[in-house]
Write a protein that binds this ligand. Structure first.
Ligand SMILES: Cc1cc2nc3c(=O)[nH]c(=O)nc-3n(C[C@H](O)[C@H](O)[C@H](O)COP(=O)(O)OP(=O)(O)OC[C@H]3O[C@@H](n4cnc5c(N)ncnc54)[C@H](O)[C@@H]3O)c2cc1C
Length: 403
């Protein structure tokens, strides 16, 4: 049964990954009336699959090109650090940190180049070369230089849960297939949103000033629903590797020239087993391989970049995922991407680390908030709430022990 007239809201966000949840926090704090709509589990797609490194731009300068976006991303670690310490909004004091820093190491000796590039680009965080006695045991026998980079690594599931718990009353779960309908006066000018409560079949009509898509790869479908052309997004696949066993904690990149040969981050599963999530070049080239071939390749790569790695009693798995970004003329965007068409904003952060910058830019594009009607939450208090997506090591169906 329809409710009594459409709800008037400043903004409706579609997609509760890292980008949408950060934006929800910012919009609420700035006094906007806003709801976030999620069709699956929060963070499903990229945020939950990501390695959670809060990049400061070094990765972008490895090739020696110094672009304006490097300056933008170099602000991000400080911005996140303040939130993670609970010193500014959004407060992320319940988000678990996997590490305060990453290691950078090389199989050959190119460190001097790395350091110089970082300094030249005006990065806020540059690698600091470690003396042999400062190296972690696992990297002690690496032939090249080992450095420390003060980029934090977060547990992305706890980040999603932290933010969504704070804003639970503003988040609605809607079923993907038939739960969302847009009425528009012309493509990209949404006059009415119709949502269906999957529990009660009750309909909610919303008259939004702004509609913001932060649904990652789901942006394409939403844009179609809003009558917009859908050539604005590219998907870049990754085939990631997971290693489970008694390995030590390790977070960082093995750098080979301009490429990150492997990026390793360490998580824990629900049984307190260590999980190494392994990305970088390995995951890019792994797209062409089946899981067994990729695991074989990963084993060789790991033993070659970490000479004293012990792989006894380990098990292996892989997962595939897509990075969803705005289409760009070059290979990949380096900064956030925001399209504004009519009253619809489509946004991709490009990196989780850039979520604060994305929010800031979107807020600056909005008109002042309407007179706040606090009553709007009472109309959605009985709606289903989405849960946080499970990380890949909890959902993978097959682990390989013998390879
Ligand atoms: C393997 C991997 C590793 C990465 N590592 C890093 C890293 O270390 N550091 C870093 O900064 N970045 C990293 N990234 C990039 C980063 O994960 C993404 O840029 C970022 O998480 C994107 O966030 P998002 O909220 O835009 O999208 P997503 O996290 O994909 O969230 C989209 C949300 O929208 C929902 N949704 C989908 N369709 C709809 C719909 N129709 N209506 C409503 N909701 C919908 C989804 O269920 C999901 O909750 C990595 C990416 C990958 C794939």
């Amino acid at each position: 049964m329809p409710s009594s007239g459409p709800l008037q809201l400043d903004a409706v966000i579609f997609g509760g990954g890292g980008a949408g949840l950060w934006l929800l926090d910012e919009l609420k704090a700035a006094g906007y009336s806003v709801l976030l709509v999620e069709t699956a589990e929060l963070g499903k797609g990229q945020t939950i699959a990501s390695q959670g490194i809060i990049h400061g731009g070094l990765k972008y300068t490895l090739s020696g090109f110094l672009t304006p976006s490097v300056a933008a991303i170099s602000e991000m670690p400080g911005r996140w650090r303040a939130s993670l310490a609970g010193e500014r909004t959004p407060s992320l004091s319940k988000t678990r940190l996997r590490s305060e820093f990453c290691y950078l190491w090389q199989t050959s000796s190119l460190m001097s180049k790395l350091g110089m590039v970082g300094a030249r680009a005006g990065l806020k965080i540059t690698p600091k070369k470690l003396q042999p006695h400062e190296r972690p045991a696992i990297l002690r026998d690496c032939p090249g230089i080992v450095a420390r980079l003060d980029e934090q690594v977060i547990d992305t599931a706890s980040f999603i849960t932290d933010l969504s718990t704070q804003h639970r009353s503003h988040i609605l779960k809607v079923s993907q297939s038939d739960g969302i309908e847009f009425k528009y006066s012309e493509p990209g000018n949404i006059t009415l949103i119709k949502l269906v409560n999957s529990n009660t079949q009750q309909e909610l009509d919303i008259k939004p000033k702004r509609v913001i898509f932060t649904a990652g790869s789901g942006n394409e479908e939403l844009r179609k629903l809003a009558g917009l052309q859908s050539e604005s997004m590219q998907l870049r696949p990754l085939h990631m590797v997971m290693l489970s066993g008694d390995m030590p904690q390790l977070n960082g990149h093995c750098v080979d020239g301009a490429a990150t040969r492997v990026t390793i981050t360490t998580a824990e599963d629900s049984n307190n087993n260590k999980i190494w999530q392994i990305g970088g070049q390995l995951a890019e080239s792994g797209v062409a391989l089946d899981e067994q071939a990729l695991i074989n390749h990963a084993k060789e790569e790991l033993l070659s970049v970490i000479p004293n790695l012990d792989l006894t009693n380990t098990k292996w798995a892989t997962y595939k995922c897509q990075r969803a970004e705005a289409t760009t003329a070059g290979k990949r965007p380096e900064d956030v991407c925001i399209n504004k068409e009519g009253n619809v904003i489509t946004a991709w952060p490009t990196k989780l680390a850039l979520a604060p910058r994305l929010s800031e830019q979107i807020v600056s594009m909005l008109e002042d908030p309407m007179e706040l009607d606090c009553e709007y939450l009472s109309q959605v208090k009985d709606w289903p709430k989405p849960i946080t997506a499970l990380p890949p090591w909890e959902t993978v169906t097959r682990w390989f022990t013998e390879i």
